[in-house]
Design a protein around this ligand. Structure first.
Ligand SMILES: C[S@@+](CC[C@H](N)C(=O)[O-])C[C@H]1O[C@@H](n2cnc3c(N)ncnc32)[C@H](O)[C@@H]1O
Length: 202
């Protein structure tokens, strides 16, 4: 997965993304956002905000920064009535243009399986989260006890052509992050293929 190919793939997805994925992920998305326990006045970063499907579910009074590599995905987000509390930025989640400890909460929905280097993108998101902050991930990960079989590799190649890698392991991605507690790791969809993970920063 590279930024150049992701730009091309998500340019193609942008006009149909909500129709294809909106309803399928809606309930899981709602549970993911609830797990963040957001309060009015807090700041939330959403790297890879995509078409903004999360935004209508964010509680009122939360200040949101949504960031994405794809101009066309962001253009779909802009079609919503966003209000003054939402700011959109075209940028790479692997190089966040924010100071350390800028946000109370971070939401990573379906993006660590997409960015070229999930470890770097996670590290950047973790850096911008303040001590005492919460991060929630909703994504598909290869189970820690499953090896990368030939069949999995083949499925992975097909999925990558569509803009996602199902073979990344959470442990590999979050390894080495300081002050991290896994507060929750639960199946979210398709018998645990998709997981909801909450990470708390001490
Ligand atoms: C599968 S979509 C998920 C969108 C949204 N988070 C959701 O839950 O519907 C992945 C998103 O990641 C974005 N993306 C891919 N590479 C990125 C990068 N390096 N930095 C920021 N966003 C990226 C894509 O443009 C796309 O909008």
């Amino acid at each position: 997965m590279r930024n150049a190919s992701n730009r091309r793939i998500y340019r193609a997805w942008a006009p149909i993304y909500n129709a294809v994925f909106g309803r399928a992920f809606r309930d899981a998305r709602r549970r993911t956002i609830e797990a963040l326990e957001l309060r009015a006045g807090e700041s939330l970063l959403i790297p890879g905000v995509g078409t903004g499907l999360d935004l209508p579910m964010i509680p009122r009074g939360v200040h949101v920064v949504g960031l994405d590599l794809s101009r066309e995905m962001l253009a779909q987000t802009s079609r919503q009535s966003l209000g003054p509390q939402v700011c959109l930025i075209e940028a790479d989640a692997q190089h966040l243009p924010f100071a350390t400890a800028s946000f109370d909460a971070v939401l990573l929905n379906l993006v660590l399986s997409v960015v070229p280097d999930a470890g770097i993108a996670f590290g950047e998101a973790w850096r911008t989260l303040r001590p005492g902050g919460r991060m929630v991930l909703f994504d598909k990960f290869r189970p820690e006890d499953q090896s990368l079989t030939a069949a999995r590799r083949m499925i992975g190649r097909i999925a990558e052509a569509l803009g996602t890698d199902p073979n990344r392991r959470l442990d590999d991605i979050i390894r080495g992050a300081a002050q991290l507690t896994v507060a929750r790791d639960s199946p979210a969809l398709l018998r645990g293929t998709y997981r909801l993970i909450r990470l708390d920063k001490a």
